[in-house]
Design a protein around this ligand. Structure first.
Ligand code: NDP
Length: 284
């Protein structure tokens, strides 16, 4: 293997240690812990795992947490009523509504119902606007976690060719904004990009956030590039795998993230960091 492994667990453990210490100091001063409410609707198997991991992380860093597991047939009004109740709950500094929501619920309306100061996913329009203007304090968790990993491994972004594959509001677009803010030269590729390989081969830093197992193969990667795999897919055997064909890409890349153990733990760590920030900046 030529590429160096970017270990999300190692970087996460270091940052979670810092968050735990900060949470202790917060508790000593404010006589309460930073509090996160996690809301899940329905029985999506991936969401069940993500929510469980987020609650475990709260425990690990010493946060107070509440978990709401609502049935699939919960109405939009019922969900928004819960969010509004949590908006007014002083024990709760951050609210996370696990996406995707069942089809009968308008996700944008629910995201918009979360009070901006409790929007620890940073999916709301206010945070998105701040991010575009390079003024964000609370950043979307997955891209923020990727920036921390690049920093930890001393991978310079300034002046580098950065290619982000995927343009979702939760990963691709905010990722591109953060790389741009760090002075990268950024290209966003998507499903209408002809000849994806010609674009990805330019990248010194390549982020794949698509949701297609093995889309990025070794011949699509510039030798020595840092390759960040956001994808969380199940292969034919039901095994978790990313968007990057690890075996062929590791022979070409300079750095590579594994799946699992790369971006995933960092996403949750950044959720903890955003919750801590929301707690520290709250008057309650
Ligand atoms: P979306 O489905 O919202 O977006 C996927 C993007 O990929 C779209 O912009 C789409 O283009 C693009 N795309 C689809 N097919 C191709 C293709 N053949 N070539 C180039 N681009 C393509 O997904 P998300 O951004 O929400 O998630 C992406 C992946 O990351 C998923 O596997 C998800 O599970 C995972 N994920 C992992 C997280 C983690 O913590 N590790 C956190 C969040 C997500 P278009 O816009 O044109 O349709």
């Amino acid at each position: 293997m030529a590429a160096k492994l970017i270990d999300g667990k190692v970087v996460s453990a270091k940052i979670r240690g810092e968050i735990r210490e900060a949470a202790e100091a917060f508790k000593a001063e404010r006589k309460r812990a930073p509090g996160l409410a996690v809301v899940r609707v329905g029985e999506d198997p991936a969401s069940i795992v993500y929510v469980r991991n987020k609650l475990r992380a709260c425990e690990e860093v010493g946060f107070y947490s509440e978990s709401y597991e609502l049935p699939e047939d919960t109405t939009q009004e019922e969900l928004i009523a819960l969010v509004e109740r949590l908006n007014n709950d002083d024990k709760i500094h951050g609210i996370l509504v696990q996406l995707p929501l069942p089809k009968h619920i308008d996700e944008a309306r629910v995201v918009a119902a979360v009070a901006p100061e409790k929007d620890v996913d940073a999916f709301g329009k206010l945070d998105a606007g701040h991010l575009c203007l390079d003024e964000g304090n609370v950043l979307p968790c997955t891209p923020a976690g990727i920036m921390e990993m690049l920093k930890h491994y001393d991978i310079m972004v300034s002046g580098k060719e950065c290619v982000v594959v995927g343009r979702s509001n939760i990963v691709g677009r905010p990722m591109a904004a953060l790389l741009l803010a760090a002075d990268g030269t950024v290209t966003i590729a998507h499903s209408r990009t002809p000849d994806l390989g010609a674009v990805t081969r330019r990248a010194d830093i390549l982020v794949a956030a698509v949701g297609r197992a093995g889309l990025i193969t070794g011949d699509m990667v510039k030798p020595g590039a840092a390759v960040i795999d956001v994808g969380m897919n199940r292969n034919a055997e039901g095994k978790l795998c990313g968007d990057v064909d690890f075996d062929s890409v590791k022979e070409v890349a300079g750095y590579i993230t594994p799946v699992p153990g790369g971006v995933g733990p960092m996403t949750i760590t950044m959720l903890m960091r955003n919750t801590l920030y929301a707690a520290k900046t709250s008057a309650k």
